[in-house]
Every structure is written in structure tokens, then in C-alpha cells.
Design a protein. Structure first.
Length: 252
């Protein structure tokens, strides 16, 4: 069986490590190419875009892919939409590995907003010390609110730097634990965190730390994703493969 995994997440890397142990599978993982030095993968890697749904459909046909696994980030809506459309066009089976969102706890101070522009407005007019726990491509809207002091953490350097008078940059790769995140927030005197509801354990530390410190978290809502067979855990992907079909997957 030839499998193409749309990756870029921890779950995708873990899934590929499991699939690499199965000699009956020929697996390639596709990475968008936004990270200069991605973490090592256990399978063949394809880097760069496909040229939209039509380009991905052409690749699926040319590479004779049997199964497309969408293991991209929960907020990568365009990629997921292209994957669903391409699978339908190429008549290739598709399965999405979708990380469940975090659930609000009693002491969480979440401010849920529709998008990043609303997140900027939710910061208010008075200067605040803000931790932007977002991807590099999500940072530009905050240039509209230069009165705040921003702490920005990313895997790769933010180049060029944002057009902001008060911004500090940290280059680091997670996962980050709760105590580590708490120290970061306290040391930098953070007032508010801006983060996506990414789900999973590897990035939950900042949410738990914000809760412990009584900090608000401004959280853009997850986008709507295509209605394709999906599972929530890596083990469910393996179970679906073991059963020889996608009957164990559920539509969303």
C-alpha cells in the first residue's frame, strides 16, 4: 500500500515512525517547507506545496497513492480542504488524524474570538505584555497594535522582524512543560497569552501555566474542516489499516 501523509505535526511524525515499521507499506510524508530544519522523519520526505487541490490530485494519481492521511495542524483549514477535494478527484481514500481540542477547565480565563484580527482587538487599547504563542505566518496582524510589548516564540527566527517597537523573540522547539512555561510567563511579566486551541499534550503547558497564574488566554476558534473519515488518535489509524478498510473511522 502506498500512503501519503500530510504532516507538519508531532502526531504526523509519530505516525510515520509507526508506519515505517510495516514493510508492506510505502510511506511518504509531505511537509510544507516552512521550517528550515524540520525534525527527522522515519519515512521518505517530500517538501513544498502541490499547487492546490488540482496539483495534489495529480500527485496522488502519478504516485499511485492508495491512502491519503491528513495529519496537518487543526488550523490548517486550506490544506485540509485541498486534501479532501484532491482525494475525491483522484478517487483515493482519505483519513484525517484530527487532534481533539482542549476543554476549558473551571479556572481557565479563555476569551474565544473568531480570528486573529479579533484577537488583536481583544487585547484592547491599553499597553499590555503579550505572549504570542502562534506560528510565524500568524503574527502580522499584531502590527496593527504597536502599543503592546510582545514576546514571540518560534521554531525558526522571525525574519524580517515585525514592524513593532516592543517585541522580544525566542527561538525554541517544544514540547514545553507547564513549569517551564510558567517560568517564562513570570520572568517576562506576561499579562495575556494569545494561543490557538491546538489540542494535544505537547503544547498544553502554556495553557496550564496561564491558568495557574490567573492569566487570560485569547484563543481564536478552530476553523471548519471537511467532512471526511477521521480519527482522534494514532492508534485508531493503525487499527483502520489493520482492518483493511476505513470502517473504524468516523465522519465529522
Amino acid at each position: 500500500m502506498r500512503i501519503l501523509v500530510l504532516g507538519g505535526t508531532l502526531e504526523a511524525r509519530q505516525l510515520c515512525a509507526q508506519l515505517a515499521r510495516r514493510p508492506a507499506l510505502s510511506v511518504t510524508v509531505s511537509l510544507a517547507g516552512r521550517t528550515a530544519a524540520p525534525a527527522p522523519m522515519a519515512v521518505a520526505v517530500r517538501s513544498g506545496g502541490f499547487g492546490g487541490a488540482a496539483g495534489l490530485a495529480a500527485y496522488l494519481s502519478e504516485a499511485r497513492i492508495d491512502l491519503l492521511i491528513d495529519a496537518t495542524h487543526p488550523y490548517a483549514a486550506i490544506i485540509s480542504q485541498n486534501a479532501a477535494a484532491a482525494a475525491a478527484q483522484a478517487k483515493v481514500r482519505i483519513l484525517a488524524l484530527r487532534r481533539p481540542p482542549w476543554v476549558r477547565q473551571p479556572d481557565d480565563r479563555w476569551i474565544e474570538v473568531g480570528d486573529l484580527q479579533q484577537a488583536v482587538r481583544a487585547l484592547g487599547d491599553a499597553p499590555r505584555r503579550v505572549f504570542l504563542a502562534l506560528g510565524r505566518k500568524d503574527l502580522a496582524p499584531f502590527e496593527a497594535a504597536p502599543q503592546h510589548h510582545y514576546l514571540i516564540r518560534s521554531v525558526d527566527p522571525v525574519t524580517p522582524p515585525l514592524n513593532l517597537p516592543h517585541a522580544d523573540y525566542i527561538t525554541a522547539r517544544g514540547p514545553f512543560g507547564e513549569m517551564q512555561e510558567r517560568a517564562l510567563l513570570e520572568t517576562n511579566r506576561i499579562d495575556v497569552v494569545v494561543a490557538k486551541n491546538s489540542g494535544g499534550e505537547s503544547t498544553y503547558g502554556k495553557i496550564a501555566a496561564a491558568r495557574a497564574l490567573g492569566l487570560a488566554v485569547i484563543m481564536p476558534r478552530r476553523p471548519s474542516l471537511p467532512n471526511v473519515p477521521s480519527v482522534a488518535r494514532l492508534e485508531e489509524v493503525l487499527d483502520a489499516l489493520d482492518h483493511g478498510d476505513l470502517a473504524t473511522a468516523r465522519g465529522v
